[in-house]
Design a protein around this ligand. Sequence first.
Ligand code: MN
Ligand code: MN
Length: 308
Amino acid sequence: MKNNQQADWKEIEDKAKAAFIGVALGDALGATTEFMTPREIKVQFGVHNQIIGKGWLYLKPGQVTDDTEMSVWMGRAIRNSKGWHLSAIADAFAGWMKSRPVDIGSTCARGIRNYIVHHSLEVRPSRWDAGNGALMRMVPVALYTLGDEECLGKYAVEQAHLTHNNPLSDAACIFWGRLVHRAVMGATLDQLRILADDFVAGHPEFGYHPYPGNSSAYVVDTVQTVFHFLFSTTTFEECLINTVNQGGDADTTGALAGMLAGALYGVRGLPKRWVKRLDPKVYAEVPGLAEYLVNNSPIAKTSKRINC
Ligand code: MN
Ligand code: MN
């Protein structure tokens, strides 16, 4: 490899790591203000900008929740089964649920139970399953399919349908993966905004301008919230602080903002005081997992394409 190619690859790995660490940081930061209103947050914290734990789950500082955990368990399943095996991912989710996680969404719990009891890898389509539970765990899918949008589309929907079978969730998962791909490959904030506006043109329900201000777990509200704060800020820190101070499903909007802002701004953009506070076990595992996923993605091995 020529030196400049090596430098480019280092940059791709850096952004992949920052995307995955970004999920954990946003989760840990946002869990404190989950289910609060912006007004309640203002009264209690002024501006919430430190990783201090607590929140309704009464977390330790730096502790993460289901958003990060499902992403990590999926990433491990891809690595341990040496490829994309949906049943290995379903087994990982079942193992995670049995590990008595600190939090689990009701739609995710129902889908995982559906797998445990009926060995089914797909829940029934439902117009009510438009929560953000499939979207929040997209980082391993995006990193592992880097360089192949078709694979991304297929895997995004497969993993989503383990728990959520809904067209709005599907559209969000696929598009999110595409944004992560572009950001990891070096796209700028303006380039991502153009892509997001194209996406909104085709899916007007996701329109985020003017921002409606709802940061619930409904996938449309979640996407609008993260787009609004990603595209109205210019650093990882500012993006995450503004996102989690909107409250609502703040750990998940935080995780999703962290995924995109991490991929965009890279490891150097991650505030050191937050990284230091992150659960050491998570911080010990996540960068290596991200590195593994991109190093086994289609772009890393163009001669040996993953089979999808
Ligand atoms: Mn959570
Ligand atoms: Mn949440």
